[in-house]
Design a protein around this ligand. Structure first.
Ligand code: PLP
Length: 431
């Protein structure tokens, strides 16, 4: 029974484009309608009709400690009572900056913004201002938010929506965005050879999580580092998903490759709208008011968001075992799914996983490229999604997104999910 969700959506589509404030929430690619959330606690989500789900969306990554975590919200009543924004600096901004720089020790300074989109947009402007060059390089299927130059051959909702490059982006901007293939260093080298003095930056998701999930091949990220050094371009790691998720120090520490700038978001807000970009001193000296690259924000660094973010980051620092736990629960899920497929004689499914994020593709593996991702049977995913939903498992409503686990997911959740998966996969096979 999802009557209330259906009724709300009928009204919503009249008032809001597609009824949603972010496209993937429309459930369009699984041939369904949105489920309206009412409340969440831990790993569990309750919708407006009272149905309960084990949630693997987790707000698309931010909720690493699960829904309505007491750890995340510690002290926010006091913040609300004292004032949620001043337009003046506050101590908690200094504290969270210290926390982020501690996690990414190769970075010297950090600037807080209000979303991942703002972080990547600002990082690109910084790279352009610093290098005095205009072109940027990105990878097909990587998503970096919705600013103009980054919505070219993008991932996430643009993949499921089938709009690889958005309307409304001037030709002149598209021309400044060069597209390379993830895990294909040759494609990067070719572009550098063609434009040796014009490329300001490479921006990359070190763990692409917006075309499902794929992992970089050994040497790929290091190869980007070397090419950027050779051609004087800035290397930007978009760690909006991977930062504080894969490890405390994100993919940067996980792979041991040092970018020049990192972009953060999602987890660092503890469930509030937050982004950040951090870089080496020489770069960050270019940012206003010190340097000539302008970037500002009325609500940037507001105490409410900073307090929730700092609560979560401090907890993760003090509890490194959280990452071991995420690894363990996610591996149990992966193993269970793999075992189910084996028992059902299904051999055209590939499960990619890095730490507490994973994705099941409906295609033969290995899947380590955008082209590979595109071979997945999205109709099969839609059947799978609906069968899981009916059993109380909330998966991402799109093949090209990944599942996020939280520290609140229990062994019992995992067992229930594996059981539901077997039933769902049996249905997929019959379909
Ligand atoms: C979610 C995401 C963004 C955009 O962040 P918003 O807060 O949605 O603007 C940027 N980059 C990556 C890798 C993301 O996953």
């Amino acid at each position: 029974m999802v009557e209330k969700s259906k009724r709300l959506h009928e009204i919503a589509v009249k008032r809001i484009p597609g009824g949603v404030n972010s496209p993937v929430r429309a459930f369009g690619s699984v041939d369904s309608h949105p489920i309206y959330a009412k409340s969440g606690k831990g790993s569990s989500l309750t919708d407006v009709d009272g149905n309960q789900y084990i949630d693997y969306i987790c707000s698309w990554g931010p909720l690493i400690l699960g829904h309505s975590s007491d750890i995340a919200s510690k002290g926010i009543d006091k913040v609300i009572a004292q004032g949620t924004t001043f337009g003046l600096p506050t101590q908690v901004e200094v504290d969270i900056a210290g926390c982020i720089l501690d996690a990414f020790p190769m970075m010297d300074q950090v600037r807080m913004v209000n979303s991942g989109t703002e972080a990547t947009m600002s990082a690109l402007r910084l790279a352009r201002g610093y290098t005095k060059r205009n072109k940027i390089m990105k990878f097909e299927g990587c998503y970096h938010g919705h600013s103009d130059g980054l919505l070219v051959k993008s991932g996430s909702g643009t993949l499921t929506g089938g709009v690889p490059t958005s309307l409304g982006i001037p030709e002149a901007i598209i021309e400044e965005t060069l597209i390379a293939e993830f895990n294909q260093l040759e494609s990067v080298g070719r572009l550098f050879k063609e434009y040796p003095k014009e490329i300001a930056a490479i921006i990359v998701e070190p763990i692409p999580g917006n075309m499902g999930l794929i992992e970089s091949k050994p040497g790929f990220l290091m190869g980007l580092r070397k090419l950027c050094d050779q051609y004087g371009a800035v290397l930007i790691f978009d760690e909006v998903i991977s930062g504080f998720r894969i490890a405390y120090g994100g993919a940067t520490s996980y792979y041991g490759v040092e970018p020049d700038v990192i972009c953060l978001g999602k987890i660092i807000g503890g469930g509030m709208p937050v982004g950040a970009y951090a870089g080496k001193q020489e770069l960050m000296d270019c940012v206003a008011p010190v340097g000539g690259v302008y970037q500002a924000g009325t609500l940037s660094g507001n105490p409410l968001a900073m307090t929730m973010g700092l609560n979560v980051l401090s907890y993760l620092k003090e509890h490194p075992e959280a990452y071991a736990q995420l690894e363990e629960t996610a591996r149990a899920l992966e193993d269970g799914f793999t075992e189910n497929c084996k028992e059902l004689n299904i051999d055209n499914v590939t499960i990619n996983r890095v730490g507490g994020m994973l994705c099941q593709f409906f295609a033969k593996g290995p899947i380590d490229s955008y082209q590979g991702v595109m071979t997945s049977d999205t109709k099969a995913y839609a059947v799978y999604f609906k069968e899981m939903l009916a059993q109380g498992i909330m998966l991402p409503p799109a093949q090209y997104e990944c599942m996020f686990l939280s520290t609140a997911h229990t062994q019992d959740d995992i067992e229930k999910t594996i059981k539901a998966h077997k039933n769902a996969m049996r249905k997929v096979k019959q379909n």
